[in-house]
Write a protein that binds this ligand. Structure first.
Ligand code: SAM
Length: 283
């Protein structure tokens, strides 16, 4: 049986044995705390029959714990040096598949097929938001997204209207999923320790999105415009959509939303109402 990779000594040994210097640019901070790794697997409630997509396996720390459940694990790693390492560290598992590539460029439907799957990952922090947005917007058959992100991002994902952290990411995440903070993780759980605190967020993908929309694209255009100029009132911020100001005034009136409110105070339903009225006009 292979030793547990989530351990300082084992990690150091593997890196040395393969002559790997960790890349800051690729967001390489490897977990060295077995309890945290197990905590992530538990948060995702990974079972033998599950199919899991892991983004950025590194040297296989989390992958090993995922594989131990018996689930079918597919991981995508950008660093070309790592597939060779993973072939060694995970060689006792026949339920793991490693694909070398950029998660933002690989064809996920082609890799994962059309059966439901879970995404479980300790994300590279330099592209957290693009990865989460890509997973959400592509309408993949994902049931759960359980990811380690930096604490500030976790707070934005779960934020409610009214606060400074509430933004386009909050609306997008909560439109598609129900996010919950599962675990706080200190810098010392990683090698090297990152400069920020980390949080594992568990996003349960909704069966149907949080609001019923006529045109999803319109909804996200409204959200983007409203938060694009956070300090502006809605009637001004929405002008950036290229819609006439009289129409905006009319739409807000119909939606029962005061034109002088700021985007950050709007609920999902209110964004939905604006988008649906605009979509109806555009028809
Ligand atoms: N899973 C390991 C762990 O928990 O210790 C490593 C996590 S580390 C924070 C992030 C990993 O993502 C690194 O291995 C890095 O090389 C990889 N990575 C960075 N950018 C990527 C991308 N665009 N696509 C796929 N993997 C990427």
């Amino acid at each position: 049986k292979q030793p547990t990779i989530a351990n300082k000594k084992v990690t150091r040994y593997i890196l040395q044995r393969f002559g790997i210097h960790m890349s800051k640019r690729l967001g390489q901070n490897f977990l060295i705390d077995a309890n945290i790794v197990q905590g992530i697997v538990d948060a995702a409630n990974v079972q033998e029959n599950d199919r899991v997509l892991e983004i950025g396996p590194g040297i296989g720390t989390l992958t090993q714990a995922l594989a131990e459940t018996g689930a079918e694990v597919t991981c995508v790693e950008l660093d070309k040096r790592l597939p060779e390492v993973l072939a060694h560290t995970l060689d006792t598992y026949d339920n793991v598949r490693v694909i070398q590539g950029d998660i933002l460029k690989v064809n996920i439907p082609e890799i994962m097929g059309d059966k439901p799957f879970k995404v479980v990952a300790n994300l590279p922090y330099y592209i957290t938001t693009p990865i989460i947005m890509a997973l959400l917007e592509k309408h993949l058959p994902i049931t759960d997204i359980v990811v380690m992100v930096q604490k500030e991002v976790a707070e934005r994902m779960a934020a409610q209207p009214g606060g400074k952290t509430y933004g386009a990411l909050s609306v997008a995440v909560q439109y598609y999923t129900v996010p919950e903070i599962a675990l706080y993780v200190p810098p010392r759980s990683f090698m090297p320790p990152p400069e920020v605190d980390s949080v594992v967020v568990n996003c349960k993908v909704r069966q149907t999105p949080a609001v019923e929309l006529i045109d999803e694209k319109m909804f996200f255009r409204v959200v983007k415009a409203a938060f694009g100029q956070r300090r502006k009132t809605l009637n001004n911020a929405l002008k950036s959509m290229g819609v006439d100001k009289n129409i905006i005034a009319d739409v807000l009136d119909k939606a029962g939303i005061e034109a002088t409110r700021r985007g950050e105070t709007l609920t999902m339903e209110e964004f939905g109402a604006i988008a649906n009225i605009l979509a109806q006009i555009a028809k």
